[in-house]
Design a protein around this ligand. Structure first.
Ligand SMILES: Cc1ncc(COP(=O)(O)O)c(C=O)c1O
Length: 418
């Protein structure tokens, strides 16, 4: 496969390029040598970039067949809610398809600022800033807050956007063991006193659904004089008395400096935000590269997100429903003998261990009508490959029971359970 690929590339080269071929290292060599995806396709277990022909949130159509969707972050089932869809359509009519520029210069509209005010109030902070993606929030905010001489303390299971934000900042990184407060304290106690400190953590960890010990993290931050940022991508709309996120869940909002969220999960849309105190947000608004040098979030997404926020506030039963569905699945999966880790949220991992076994289990489940996400290293520690399943307020008990039947049957066939 590799030879064939390289030959084709060679044939396409101009005569001048051919002269140098093999004499100077080619920067594309890694691409010609990349065969993992082709091998997985040839063996029939390639799971990425699935072709979803149609989606009704809890069910998707692939190859003409419906499958129950257990792989989405649409926790409250709001992406298809009539009010959310209608708000997007109206904004499309009012503003057009995009703002064709940065908020900094020509793309800032009233809707952005209205959403910011509502979000700040919802999470209990002075002010919020809306971005075009959650990834962009972490990348831009961490690197605007932290510099080369500063410490950033980061949980080893933090999302890739946090990892990249710290890289982008060029800060002194102290990675602590997952949710291990002794290890965090060890790193904080041994840090040089002359340098500023910043702790960044996921609120709910995206692969295994466990919750950061934010009460203990903020206590350590107070003891060792650090600022705290929590990534509530998977907590907004779910945790806290009103779905305000992890800080509210633990009652420590006053000890958290920055709350980050995304619109691509419970809000059912796209985009992200950061919230904090007035002076900090004012600085960030004028220094964050992923806000200044990128186009504004389109009004359709802003309006849909605002409609979703209103539903989150007015319909707390959605939060109750998704938590009940998750509890039901967690208990049933455990009683079938699956290992599901420490999850307390709608993200339930089915820990399998080996990559290939996980891919085959994913494939069999999909064929049986259950859509899950196979997750392997580096998104999980090596040897801890898993199927990430996630649940919505709008999944019906019939859908969930159907999935449980398939999990039991295929889990036994694949010897994941006995
Ligand atoms: C914990 C966490 N933070 C940030 C992001 C990035 O968010 P977005 O998809 O809105 O760019 C994600 C999304 O996968 C996430 O899971």
């Amino acid at each position: 496969m590799f030879i064939e690929f390289k030959d084709v590339a060679f044939q396409k080269m101009t005569a001048t390029r051919k002269r140098y071929f093999g004499r100077v290292p080619d920067i594309f060599t890694k691409m010609y040598n990349f065969t993992r995806a082709k091998t997985a396709k040839a063996l029939g277990y390639y799971p990425y970039f699935p072709n979803i022909e149609k989606s009704d949130a809890t069910e998707v159509t692939i190859d003409g067949q419906k499958r129950v969707m257990l792989g989405s972050n649409n926790y409250l089932g709001l992406s298809t809610h009539p009010k959310v869809v209608e708000a997007g359509i109206q904004a499309l009519k009012d503003y057009g398809s995009g703002l064709t520029g940065s908020r900094f210069l020509n793309g800032n509209v009233t809707l952005h600022m209205e959403l910011e005010q509502r979000l700040a109030k919802y999470v209990g902070m002075d002010r919020a800033l809306v971005f075009s993606s959650g990834f962009g929030v972490n990348l831009g905010i961490i690197s605007a807050v932290a510099g080369q001489n500063d410490y950033v303390f980061s949980d080893e299971m933090n999302h890739a956007s946090i990892v990249d934000g710290i890289r982008f900042a060029g800060s002194i990184k102290r990675k602590y063991r997952h949710n291990d407060m002794k290890d965090l304290e060890y790193h904080m106690a041994s840090a040089e006193l002359s340098r500023p400190r910043f702790i960044v953590t996921d609120g709910v960890f995206s692969m295994e659904g466990d919750i950061a010990k934010l009460d203990e993290i903020t206590a350590l931050a107070n003891k060792y004089h650090a600022r705290v940022m929590v990534d509530d991508a998977h907590s907004i709309g779910l945790l806290g008395p009103k779905g305000e996120g992890t800080a509210a869940h633990f009652g420590v909002t006053k000890d958290v400096d920055l709350i980050m969220g995304t619109f691509s999960k419970s809000f059912g849309s796209l985009g992200g935000f950061i919230a904090g105190e007035e002076a900090v947000i004012d600085y960030l608004q004028h220094h964050t590269r992923t806000m200044i040098f990128t186009a504004a979030l389109p009004p359709t997404n802003v309006a849909s997100t605002m409609a979703a926020l209103e539903l989150m506030e007015k319909e707390p039963d959605r939060r109750k429903a998704v938590m009940e569905n998750s509890k039901y699945m967690r208990e049933k999966l455990k009683s079938l003998g699956f290992e599901v880790g420490e999850t307390e949220t709608p993200i339930i991992p089915i820990i399998i261990g080996k990559d290939v076994k996980t891919f085959y289990m994913w494939k069999d489940l999909l064929a049986a009508g259950v859509y899950t996400n196979p997750i392997v290293s580096p998104a999980t520690p090596p040897g801890r490959a898993l199927l990430r399943t996630s649940y919505m307020a709008t999944h019906t008990r019939d859908q969930l029971d159907f999935c449980l039947e398939q999990f039991e049957k295929i889990g036994k066939q694949r010897r994941v359970i006995s």
